[in-house]
Design a protein around this ligand. Structure first.
Ligand code: PLP
Length: 395
């Protein structure tokens, strides 16, 4: 028998025959938001020229305003990108790095973004400084100390996650931004798991750069992310794709908006659905977004407890470092290699035999294999018990 799903599951298009415990990888879009996207697409296709000439600018403005309000961010520094990888690349490839400059990357960082740091470092003669942080951390001071101890007079930038991907660790990013930037190190905040999973107040944080996905925890269609650039850095940062905006005649702000807002012809509907997604999800639960985040976190913690018990292990990190995703080590025989495109054999077994969708991956930097659960409003604690039974029967 399939485990129970959460009472809100009917709002999502997810297959009821699948136990979906991986909101973290690609999010999942509620039906109402899919409908909004179809509506917007039909508006475009009724007359694409009219849409782009007469409706697009206003809708983009509304989307930027809505997300800026949600994140307490300066709307004049808010731009859209397709995903957090693109946001990270946009910053890194705009920076004027010099030989000997150092960029800090903790070893829990998302590999694609870490690769982008290596790429710009190699071509400029700068250096990637990897900070080794174990998975089983005792408290946030341990992370703060390890990262701050890696700062030298040559450090120009630190890539800091809000929530790490392989290890599902809620980083002490507020303190890190404050301490790194007070030491003269700009922070590129990777908030891929940011909006809708942890409270974010960009104005107060003051990070030089912050990029994050809307297609994960605020459940917009895929290809919807933001890049926020602090006012004093705007001159330096250019979009990855140089286009019409470059020769646009207008104020600095108009030029900035145009350069980022028109990366060439593409489907803008994932961005334009942001206001609907924020409003719809926020209205599903009394108390809105703060309660959604609290509820998801509580479920992730409960789910983690169930899995840890099944695996005979203790919770690996303090509760305060868990958001709505949580990783746990799983036993493995043999070497831990890099991630493979076909997926870890154990992930595939859980899907093929039990229809459980949950990521299992090797993390070569820790020589460990992790299973990572997610909790979103469509989940139910029964689903984690179901996973726990499958783990007990197969490990
Ligand atoms: C911490 C982190 N950074 C970046 C990304 C990349 O996100 P995207 O594939 O949307 O660019 C992810 C994706 O899971 C992530 O977890």
């Amino acid at each position: 028998m399939r485990p129970k799903r959460g009472i809100l599951a009917a709002h999502w298009a997810l297959d009821p025959e699948t136990t979906f415990l991986n909101h973290g990888s690609f999010g999942a879009v509620p039906n109402v938001v899919l409908k909004e996207q179809s509506f917007l697409r039909s508006q475009i296709e009724m007359d694409p020229v009219r849409f782009y000439e007469r409706e697009f600018q206003e809708l983009m403005y509304e989307a930027r305003k809505s997300l800026s309000f949600f994140l307490n961010a300066d709307p004049n520094g808010m731009t859209f990108v397709r995903n957090a990888t693109e946001g990270v690349n946009t910053i890194l490839r705009s920076l004027n790095l010099k030989e000997g400059d150092e960029i800090i990357v903790p070893n829990h960082s998302y590999q694609a973004c870490w690769n982008a740091v290596d790429f710009v470092a190699e071509r400029s003669g700068a250096k990637t400084v990897v900070v080794d942080i174990p998975f089983r951390v005792r408290n946030k001071s341990q992370i703060l100390d390890l990262i701050m101890d890696s700062v030298t007079e040559r450090t120009v930038l630190a890539l800091i996650d809000t929530v790490t991907s392989p290890t599902g660790l809620r980083m002490p990013f507020e303190e890190l931004v404050e301490r790194l930037q007070s030491s003269g190190v700009d922070v590129l905040l990777d908030a891929a798991h940011g909006p809708g999973i942890v409270p974010l107040d960009l104005e107060n944080l003051g990070a030089a750069y912050c990029t994050g996905n809307c297609h994960k925890w605020i459940c917009t269609p895929k290809g919807s992310a933001f890049l926020h650039i602090r006012d004093d850095k705007k001159d330096m940062i250019r979009p990855l794709s140089i286009g019409h905006g470059s020769s646009f005649q207008g104020s600095d702000q108009e030029k900035f908006d145009y350069e980022f807002g028109w990366p060439g012809t593409q489907d803008p509907t994932p961005w334009l659905c942001i206001p609907k997604a924020i409003e719809f999800l926020g209205g599903l639960v009394e108390g809105g977004w703060p309660i959604i985040m609290q509820r998801n976190r509580k479920l992730a913690l409960e789910g983690r407890g169930v899995i840890c018990e099944a695996l005979g292990t203790s919770p690996p990190v303090p509760d305060s470092m868990v958001s709505s995703i949580a990783s746990i080590e799983i036993p493995s025989d043999g070497d831990i290699g890099p991630m493979e495109f076909e997926g870890d054999p154990f992930h595939n077994l859980l899907y093929d035999q039990y229809r459980i969708q949950v990521p299992v991956f090797p993390w070569v930097h820790h020589k460990t294999r992790y299973i990572r659960i997610s909790a979103q409003m469509y989940n139910h604690i029964d689903e984690y018990y179901f996973l726990a039974e499958a783990l007990k029967n197969n490990l």
